[in-house]
Write a protein that binds this ligand. Structure first.
Ligand SMILES: Cc1cc2nc3c(=O)[nH]c(=O)nc-3n(C[C@H](O)[C@H](O)[C@H](O)COP(=O)(O)O)c2cc1C
Length: 451
């Protein structure tokens, strides 16, 4: 039995103290309801992970604008209307009840990786025209699995929908709505906002020269391609107020010829730090067209600790890395200073109790994920949420009373953190500030080599 002092130690991300270094990685677990609401199963699923000892629970991508909600992948929760606060507030109270802090992974849109229910509609994107195409030979296991590839859903997944180029007016109105939604997330009781900028979604599409062919202020030069994400980060930071942590998830690199390099993504992370973002959470790869690094097998994951170390060396804010399923390996990554926090995706599906087992030094009881990717195939196919051959409870958590929070305890905080820490929803919205829009958003250029 090893020593897990690093994994079990507390850490602060911005104003939020976490009891340990374990994070539930953002995963669209497809348990939200038909109109994006937090269902009983959605809440109980996360309750099981909070009860299992995770310090921070990150939701899967939550659609932060009405337009974004029209182009989801399968089923995602929504948070762009006060009507969504009730369910998300219950989610937060439940996770807090079980001792975890919460982060809302808020997305401004999936861009060309979004899919409408009606596939004849258009999808919004950074660049007009051609849809993405998944190169099957580069994809991870479930996409090359014969039964999945033959299915209708696979055809929808392997080739994206046509897209249109967002006008500058549309970009700005989407950004405004997203910032308002960040304030709703604060009112719903989230401790942190996780800006969704990784693996080929809209923010990433703006960054990448492979997907951004615009010729206006949001395309072309590196400075212009960064503009969209940096604006979103600034607006989120402002809208969240000081009581809430704001992090950003990005890919460490694209792994495609002519695509984003690690050096460029470190530059983005440094810009985030300059804006006041509290942590960087790393994913990898260019997204669906290069699927192997989004949900990697051990071979495609092998370089991640060193990639995280490169980010960590360049930053002062904490770095979350994902995919170190084995706690002995995770502890050594922290001990060597390669990352600050360990996020677990599929591993948290199979063993929600992993952090408690690590805290008790009981690692022989941990069930390690076999990376069979049944969870992923089921989520992609949107057939009722993930299941796992090694965790019979996954998908049925709502049936178990131990994941219900019961009555309020006397010492339980009644007001959400954001409200206690300064009521961001009452702050002057940034778009009504005295500073003209263009000036407020003229982010100084800090491209590679200019520091
Ligand atoms: C079913 C499924 C859904 C996912 N959804 C998201 C998501 O909504 N947002 C995100 O940033 N990453 C998402 N991911 C990627 C995971 O957060 C994680 O980076 C990836 O699974 C690798 O970590 P792991 O080896 O611990 O699973 C998803 C992964 C899976 C398996």
């Amino acid at each position: 039995m090893g020593n897990f002092d690093n994994l079990n130690s507390s850490i602060k991300i911005g104003p939020v103290e976490l009891k340990n270094r374990y994070v539930v990685a953002p995963m669209n677990e497809t348990f939200a309801g038909a109109v994006g609401e937090a269902t009983a199963q959605y809440i109980a699923y996360f309750a099981a992970r909070a009860k299992g000892g995770f310090g921070l629970i990150t939701t899967g991508a939550i659609m932060g604008t009405k337009l974004a909600s029209k182009y989801v992948w399968g089923r995602n929760p929504y948070l762009f209307s006060p009507l969504h606060i009730q369910g998300m507030s219950l989610f937060n109270e439940t996770c807090h009840h079980f001792g975890a802090q919460t982060a809302a992974q808020m997305t401004i849109g999936f861009g060309r990786q979004g899919h409408s229910d009606d596939h004849h509609e258009l999808t919004p994107a950074a660049t007009g025209g051609l849809p993405y195409e998944v190169a099957v030979e580069k994809s991870c296991h479930p996409l090359v699995d014969d039964s999945f590839r033959r299915s209708e859903i696979a055809r929808e997944f392997l080739v994206g929908q046509n897209t249109f180029e967002m006008s500058i007016d549309l970009i700005h109105s989407e950004q405004k709505e997203y910032a308002r939604s960040i304030q709703l997330a604060g009112k719903a009781g989230f401790d942190a906002i996780d800006i969704h900028g990784p693996h080929g979604y809209l923010e990433h599409q703006f960054l990448s020269p492979l997907s951004n062919k615009r010729t206006d202020m949001y395309g072309g030069s590196w400075r212009n391609r960064k503009r969209f994400l940096l604006e979103v980060a600034e607006q989120t930071r402002y809208a969240a107020g000081n009581g809430i942590a704001v992090g950003c998830r990005i890919s460490a690199e694209e792994h495609m010829e002519g695509g984003l390099t690690r050096e460029e993504m470190i530059d983005v992370a440094q810009d985030m730090q300059a804006i006041g973002i509290d942590y960087i959470s790393l994913s990898d790869g260019a997204g669906y067209p290069e699927n192997g690094h989004l949900v990697p097998d051990p071979e495609r994951w092998a370089h991640w600790p060193d990639a995280a170390a490169d980010f960590k060396k360049a930053l002062k804010i904490p770095v979350i890395m994902v995919g170190a399923h084995d706690p002995v390996l995770a502890e050594s990554i922290l001990a060597e200073g390669k990352a600050d926090l360990i996020a677990l995706g599929r591993q948290s599906f199979v063993d929600p109790e992993l952090p408690n087992k690590v805290a008790a030094g009981n690692i022989k009881d941990i069930i390690i994920c076999k990376r069979c990717n049944i969870c992923l195939s089921r989520s992609l196919a949107d057939c009722g949420g993930p299941r796992c051959p090694h965790n019979p409870i996954l998908g049925r958590e709502f049936e178990f009373p131990e994941y219900h929070m019961g009555p309020r305890r006397p010492n339980e905080p009644i007001m959400p953190r954001a409200v206690r820490g300064g009521m961001p929803s009452l702050q002057r919205p940034w778009w009504k500030s005295e500073v003209p829009y263009e000036e407020k958003n003229s982010i100084p250029f800090r491209g590679p080599g200019t520091r």
